[in-house]
Ligand binder design. Structure first.
Ligand code: NAD
Ligand code: UDP
Length: 328
């Protein structure tokens, strides 16, 4: 049985990845400090092939493992900007710690980088050979530069120590188990629409994102890990590009909500366009997203709708906020 470590495994993407790996016969060690994730997300996974370990990856960690998926890092701008020093420590020291572990155990490791490494892109759509245009000193730099450093670390450990380290650049991905209070566009809009609250449009809503459903992304991560040879950094995301206003209109139509739109200031350095070129993923992994955005958003609406009665005064939401405020 393969022993697989998933850091950030109690978060949104990590919990879906743990579930898929357990279904595929892995013994999964899920490591998380519950900064933005929660044990509830993996409560359905039984003890025979699943261990949940509370640990902050900023501190070294050791376990005998064959594979490592490194996802530990807050991904929502609202959360990663709240404690930028902690974000940098997680992105840099945390990534160094998992690469050390890969070196010690001989495990293959996959690092989840991000489309944010492209910054405000001058190339559209973004290809892997584009070096990016990120602000090193802006509000988002703790995340963008932390993730860029994570990539540099992966390359350094591969070159210097022979670690089999793979880099996936994840573009905006959504689905059930994104925390209600996460602050990202899909979770915000759906929860606002279901409560008949105004949908908060930052700026004029003309900025674009390309939304990938969680199951497609998870399939891509597993394919990348299974590939015999490292193909170099790879983009995973949905090339179907939408403006924020189009996302809002879709959510309103699918929820049949009467919520109005409320325009707010555009956060600084908010990228104006984001769309992956996935030619490399198609050619090397035979991967492309399968779930149409309408279907994925419907699934996500059903998830949040099923949680609605407990959303108000929800203990989980309050616990996460307390943890974030304390810089846990
Ligand atoms: P998430 O916030 O739901 O999950 C992150 C998980 O990491 C949480 O469970 C959190 O508690 C844990 N964590 C944070 N800091 C930690 C630390 N120091 N030690 C241990 N655990 C820690 O976010 P997500 O959307 O599931 O993102 C997962 C990964 O994918 C992140 O690395 C993120 O940068 C990357 N990513 C996600 C997206 C997306 O659209 N979802 C896009 C680009 C990149
Ligand atoms: N956004 C918005 N309203 C919200 C949340 C986000 O208009 O309530 C916008 C945000 O300004 C950005 C896009 O939606 O242009 C995606 O934001 P998100 O935080 O989901 O991800 P990221 O900016 O990291 O791609």
């Amino acid at each position: 049985m393969r022993r697989t470590l998933v850091t950030g495994g109690a978060g949104f993407l990590g919990s879906h990845l743990c579930t898929r790996l357990v279904e595929e016969g892995h013994h999964v060690i899920c490591l998380d400090n519950f900064f933005t994730g929660h044990p509830e997300n993996v409560a359905h996974l039984g003890p025979t092939s699943f261990d949940l370990v509370r640990h902050d990856i900023v501190e070294a960690y050791y376990a005998e493992v064959d594979e490592i998926y490194h996802l530990a890092c807050p991904a929502s701008p609202q959360h990663y900007q709240r404690n930028p020093v902690r974000t940098l420590k997680t992105a840099v020291l945390g990534t160094m710690n998992v690469l050390e572990l890969a070196q010690q155990t001989g495990a293959r490791i996959l690092i989840t980088s991000t489309s944010e490494i492209y910054g405000e892109p001058e190339i559209h759509p973004q290809r892997e050979d584009y070096w990016g245009h990120a602000n090193p000193i802006g509000k988002r730099s703790c995340y963008d530069e932390g993730k860029r450093c994570g990539e540099a670390l992966a390359i350094a450990y591969a070159q210097q120590h022979g670690v089999d380290a793979r880099i996936v650049r994840v573009f905006n991905t959504y689905g059930p188990r994104m925390h209600e209070e996460d602050g990202r566009v899909v979770s915000n809009f759906i929860n606002q629409a279901l409560r008949e609250q105004p949908l908060t449009i930052y700026g004029n809503g003309s900025q674009t994102r390309s939304l990938c459903y969680q199951s497609d992304l998870i399939a891509g991560l597993i394919s990348m890990m299974q590939l015999a040879a490292d193909p170099g950094p790879i983009n995973l995301g949905n090339p179907e590009e939408m403006s924020v206003l189009e996302i809002a209109e879709l959510v309103l139509a699918l929820t049949r909500s009467q919520s109005p739109l409320e325009y707010r200031a555009l956060p600084s350095d908010d990228p104006s366009r984001r769309r992956p070129d996935i030619t490399k993923a198609r050619m090397t992994l035979g991967w492309e997203p399968k779930v149409p955005v309408t279907l994925g958003i419907r699934e996500t609406i059903e998830y949040y709708r099923s949680r609605l009665p407990s959303v108000r005064g929800n203990g989980h939401a309050q616990r996460v906020r307390v943890a974030v405020d304390q810089g846990a």
